[in-house]
Write a new protein. Structure first.
Length: 86
């Protein structure tokens, strides 16, 4: 997954090839197809994982009811920093 993410990041979706993903991961190409049917499938898995993780970071950044007003700015800053860092 990391190798695929790096390839998509560097070359974009259309220029990325399964052969470069597996070469980067030091795997034989048939191994890729044990886990994913296609380049589209691994890309979708990466997108789904990203969305799920982003949702979790966002959920964790919500302010708790009854939070003291003095800690609101710091709590918001921490939550947004975690989201943007991700």
């Amino acid at each position: 997954m990391k190798s695929a993410a790096d390839e998509f990041e560097q070359k974009g979706y259309y220029e990325t090839k399964v052969s470069t993903i597996v070469k980067r991961a030091n795997l034989p190409q048939p191994t890729f197809y044990l886990y994913f049917q296609s380049k589209e499938a691994i890309f979708q898995e990466l997108v789904d994982t990203f969305r799920l993780n982003l949702f979790e970071y966002t959920k964790r950044s919500h302010l708790d009811p009854g939070i003291h007003s003095d800690s609101v700015p710091e709590t918001i800053t921490r939550g947004l920093a975690a989201i943007f860092t991700y």
